[in-house]
Ligand binder design. Structure first.
Ligand SMILES: Nc1ncnc2c1ncn2[C@@H]1O[C@H](COP(=O)(O)OP(=O)(O)OP(=O)(O)O)[C@@H](O)[C@H]1O
Ligand SMILES: [Mg+2]
Length: 455
């Protein structure tokens, strides 16, 4: 196989600039910073563990595997493989029309990275070459194309989700829609912009739109509810509210419906108020770029996550104690809301190596309402069978740097703060009764578990 070449660019307050060159061989994914990039001030490199400070002119080399052919940070830029992923379908359709189309497997993944790997979550943009980068940054965002119920783009999205989509002009739809925001993608979602005001009519514009006819817009992740997860967005919205009440940093959200399909828009925190990208990297990306043993959420346990935070703080400016406490607080909130889906891609770092913090809450959906997602914790916990579940969870808090009394205080505070949660779930008429009941039963059991150690 010949080597494949690409370039990585980024954008900051000064504008777009090249970061370096990417080469994919049969065995590895190599990235090198350019001398011009290394000479810049205040630069944010490829990834926290692949920073210019750590590598300088040495290449960042990641040994490819079938599961992770690219550096983990780049994996997050390719559309997820879940059947509901709209972007993968659109881009695959574009690739299928090429003559010849790329071969299935690595060739296709590489072409998907080049097609979809810019303008996504975070500050990394991948292009085939510098000219493609320059053209993309100079593009005209279609300012006049507000997408609403009657637009052909919305019709395509709706029919795609309903699986009734006929052959359409996918190339023009790809131009209007943002790249994929995720690696999994059980819930169809788009990156778009919506008017920056409290109420929302359900209409949206291409991502990066800062204003439309004089009205300011803001970038959001827009989730569209598929029939198989009926009620999930109502539950997710409730959980955003509960997390806000518990004192977490939570983005603004908006809800609406188009053609009977519930929508949830979540304001992006990987863009600042001037729409400049802020680096964002998932826990999975950091763990996987630090160790080839980790490629998914079940390849490490919670204590390993706590250890990663301590280790990371030795090479980037992160407050490890605060980060550990925040993650453990997130874990407790997930437990008490029946989340079960707090995996390594639902936790992230925000900011570059000079100042990193844990990203605000996102994807807090209580997935345990659905039997096939009913897990206490998506990241394994190594339980000591000789002790009660409650005692094990207490010790987990201690592994996250808290004193025993602090863990007990946290349990008490969160139990109190979520006391009304079961009633609030039951009040959501749009969620099927069976799902509500399952969730409430699970949550009541977890409440009893935490309460048992309070004595
Ligand atoms: N408010 C936000 N700001 C910035 N990035 C976000 C925000 N919300 C979500 N993301 C990014 O988008 C990805 C997908 O969003 P989310 O996790 O909410 O959806 P999901 O349905 O769980 O997708 P998946 O099934 O892939 O996990 C996240 O992993 C994260 O990288
Ligand atoms: Mg997610």
């Amino acid at each position: 196989m010949p080597d494949r070449h690409a370039v990585i660019w980024s954008r900051d307050a000064q504008g777009p600039h090249k970061m370096g060159d990417l080469v994919l061989t049969d065995q590895e994914c190599r990235f090198s910073y350019t001398a011009e990039f290394l000479a810049r001030d205040n630069k944010n490199g490829l990834a926290l563990l692949a920073s210019p400070e750590l590598f300088g002119t040495n290449p960042v080399v990641y040994r490819s595997s079938a599961r992770m052919p690219f550096h983990p940070r780049l994996m997050a830029l390719t559309p997820g493989e879940a059947p509901g992923n709209i972007q993968r379908r659109i881009y695959n359709d574009i690739l299928a029309k090429r003559n010849p189309p790329p071969a299935p497997g690595l060739d296709t993944e590489w072409e998907l990275l080049l097609l979809a790997g810019h303008g996504g979550i975070g500050h990394i943009d991948v292009f085939r070459d510098d000219r493609a980068a320059e053209q993309w940054y100079a593009r005209d965002i279609h300012r006049d194309s507000l997408i609403g119920q009657r637009s052909s783009v919305w019709r395509f999205i709706r029919e795609d989700i309903e699986q009734t989509a006929p052959e359409t002009d996918t190339a023009s739809i790809a131009r209007l829609l943002g790249p994929t925001p995720s690696v999994g993608g059980m819930i169809p979602k788009l990156l778009v912009a919506i008017p920056d005001r409290p109420d929302w009519s359900g209409r949206f514009a291409p991502p990066g739109t800062q204003e439309h006819k004089g009205e300011p817009f803001t970038d959001v992740v827009l989730k569209i509810e598929p029939a198989i997860y009926s009620g999930v967005l109502a539950l997710e919205a409730l959980c955003y509210e509960v997390h806000r009440e518990l004192g977490f940093d939570v983005p603004r959200i908006w809800r609406n419906e188009l053609d009977g399909m519930p929508l949830l828009a979540v304001e992006r925190f990987d863009r600042d108020s001037d729409a400049v990208p802020v680096p964002m990297e998932s826990f999975l990306s950091v763990l996987a770029s630090g160790s080839r043993e980790v490629m998914g959420s079940t390849d490490i346990d919670m204590v390993g996550v706590a250890a990663m935070l301590t280790k990371l703080a030795t090479v980037v400016n992160l407050d490890p104690r605060r980060a550990q406490e925040q993650v453990f607080r997130r874990f407790c909130a997930a437990l008490l809301t029946g989340n079960g889906d707090m995996h390594l891609e639902n936790l992230a770092f925000l900011g570059g190596p000079r100042q990193v913090r844990i990203a605000p809450v996102y994807d807090p959906a209580p997935m345990r309402a659905w039997p096939r997602h009913n897990l206490r914790s998506a990241i394994p916990i190594d339980f000591d069978a000789a002790k009660s579940v409650g005692e094990n969870l207490l010790e987990l808090g201690i592994s996250f740097g808290l004193r025993r009394a602090e863990v007990l205080e946290l349990f008490a505070q969160f139990l109190e703060g979520t006391q009304q949660y079961p009633e609030r779930v039951m009040a959501l008429d749009e969620v099927p009764l069976e799902r509500r009941q399952q969730l409430v039963d699970i949550v009541r059991t977890e409440r009893a578990t935490l309460a048992s150690v309070l004595g």
